[in-house]
Design a protein around this ligand. Structure first.
Ligand SMILES: C[S@@+](CC[C@H](N)C(=O)[O-])C[C@H]1O[C@@H](n2cnc3c(N)ncnc32)[C@H](O)[C@@H]1O
Length: 205
């Protein structure tokens, strides 16, 4: 992330949006992590992890981010949760967990930053247990093509996804969406909950 986006993310307004809008919407769309073992990819400064623990009642969250500076911030923010949280530098495309080992993967606006974004989807599918949830809030190509995003923020430029392409990739991995994903802000964001099948019928292509 460049400086402008870091300032946007490490901002109380971003935390408020997550707390008062995104988490309630995700819950209405079926996100359920009470008592669950969760990974948050791209945790940033740890606000999402805090909400997943406090508001959504997860038992444990492993919070990963590629940026060591963000991980330092998250570690400081999350100390009070003690053994319920583990914070480490990590890549959404190479999650250091075994196959089918967690109940939920949470993605608050991270996968659109990943050049090989399909690999991040595949990694989430790999580490989730059957019946586990991929809970996502993502930024689409529609937003990334805007003048404001191109001028002030920094993202991979090629092969970005529309809302439909993101959901199709999930379906390719066998995920189902019990409630359709929703788009917000003229299609700039896609938000939803995808469930890994309980029988192994999936395969990436
Ligand atoms: C837009 S910020 C979102 C931060 C936080 N999730 C939030 O919603 O406020 C994207 C975050 O993803 C991280 N990130 C980018 N690529 C990543 C990757 N391949 N693996 C893990 N984290 C990544 C960045 O360092 C950054 O903290």
């Amino acid at each position: 992330m460049n400086r402008a986006e870091t300032m946007l993310m490490n901002n109380p307004a971003r935390a408020r949006l997550q707390r008062s809008y995104e988490v309630p919407l995700l819950r209405r769309l079926g996100a359920q992590v009470a008592g669950a073992d969760v990974i948050e990819i791209g945790c940033g400064r740890g606000v999402g992890t805090e909400l997943v623990l406090e508001r959504m009642g997860a038992a444990h969250v492993s919070a990963l981010d590629l940026d060591p500076a963000m991980i330092d911030r998250a570690r400081r923010r999350l100390t009070r949760f003690g053994g319920r949280v583990e914070v480490q530098v990590g890549d959404a495309c190479h999650v250091p967990f075994a196959d089918a080992s967690v109940d939920a993967v949470v993605d608050f606006g991270v996968i659109h930053h990943v050049p090989a974004w399909r690999e991040a989807v595949a990694e989430a599918a790999r580490v989730l247990r059957p019946g586990g949830q991929l809970i996502f809030e993502e930024v689409t190509r529609h937003a990334l093509d805007r003048w404001s995003y191109r001028t002030f923020l920094e993202h991979p430029e090629h092969d970005r996804f529309t809302a439909e392409e993101f959901v199709s990739q999930l379906v390719r991995h066998g995920f189902t969406l019990p409630q359709p994903a929703v788009t917000r802000f003229f299609g700039d964001f896609v938000i939803g909950v995808a469930v890994k099948p309980t029988t192994q019928s999936c395969g990436a292509q």
